[in-house]
Write a protein that binds this ligand. Structure first.
Ligand SMILES: Nc1ncnc2c1ncn2[C@@H]1O[C@H](COP(=O)(O)OP(=O)(O)OP(=O)(O)O)[C@@H](O)[C@H]1O
Length: 249
């Protein structure tokens, strides 16, 4: 589904991504992890040409994105949704308008827009929030709106840049659940950049470890499932102690 061949990207003299080759299969949930500055976000942004590569080729579902420009590139990008750490919602637009805007930009037929926005908001559990503004929502709700917006044009690929890094553990679990549902229900291929090992281990089938702008290793893993923490203090104690011994002062 996603094929990257020898892709490189520099900022001034600094090589952020160096000759990366990577294949991500259809319907995979693929994690990208590595130290700060390893080039994870840059690699993700190269997949939809938010960053234009200096060299190499990006192929999505058989289409060579790096050979497209203008209208053709805009058309191809409709099949790639993206969500961000800080949600990137438009502050002075309602939840409804935030989702609708991506349909307007994609020239989705006007008479079908309302139904499509409602479908997407229903899917993320926010059908009753259409008239709220982003400032009236929790972080998890904002990320749900961003997911609804990314889904509106029926993408084949969803790119997620640190999607849970601004969220508490419970909300992280909720959002990972939504992403897993997106993958299972619509067969969307998902790529998640995260520095949180727990996040990567919970839902990814394959993981690329990056170091200094290069692929260090790509491996298959068995997703461990999403660990939900309830507010019960006993569950905090259990989690603090179950991975090993507890420490006494
Ligand atoms: N637009 C830019 N202009 C200049 N340098 C950039 C730009 N984007 C990224 N870089 C640099 O490229 C390197 C890789 O950045 P990138 O954000 O891809 O790393 P990362 O692995 O996602 O790190 P983090 O986990 O800290 O977000 C960093 O040294 C960063 O400073």
């Amino acid at each position: 589904m996603i094929n990257i061949h020898n892709v490189s990207k520099s900022f001034s003299e600094f090589q952020a991504v160096q000759s990366v080759t990577l294949s991500i299969a259809e319907k995979e949930i693929h994690g990208i992890i590595g130290a700060s500055g390893a080039g994870k976000s840059t690699l993700l942004r190269l997949m939809n040409l938010l960053e234009i590569p200096d060299a190499g080729e990006v192929v999505i579902d058989g289409r060579v994105l790096t050979s497209l420009a203008g209208r053709e590139l805009r058309e191809a990008r409709k099949s790639i949704g993206m969500i961000f750490q800080h949600f990137n919602l438009v502050a002075n637009k309602t939840v409804y308008e935030n989702v609708s805007v991506s349909l307007e930009l994609a020239k989705y037929p006007k008479h079908k827009r309302r139904e499509r926005v409602q479908e997407c908001l229903q899917f993320v559990g926010l059908a009753n929030y259409t008239d709220k503004y982003p400032a009236q929502l929790s972080g998890g709700q904002k990320q749900r709106v961003a997911i609804a917006r990314a889904l509106a044009n029926n993408p084949q690929v969803l790119l997620c840049d640190e999607p849970t890094s601004s969220l508490d553990p419970n909300t992280t679990a909720e959002i990972l659940g939504v992403l897993r549902d997106v993958n299972k229900t619509f067969g969307v291929t998902i790529v998640i950049v995260s520095h949180e090992m727990e996040v990567i281990k919970s839902i990814c089938n394959r993981v690329t470890v990056m170091a200094e702008g290069q692929v260090y290793e790509t491996l298959s893993i068995e997703p461990q499932g999403i660990r939900v923490t309830d507010g019960n203090p006993a569950s905090f104690v259990k989690q603090l102690t179950e991975d090993g011994e507890s420490y006494n002062a």
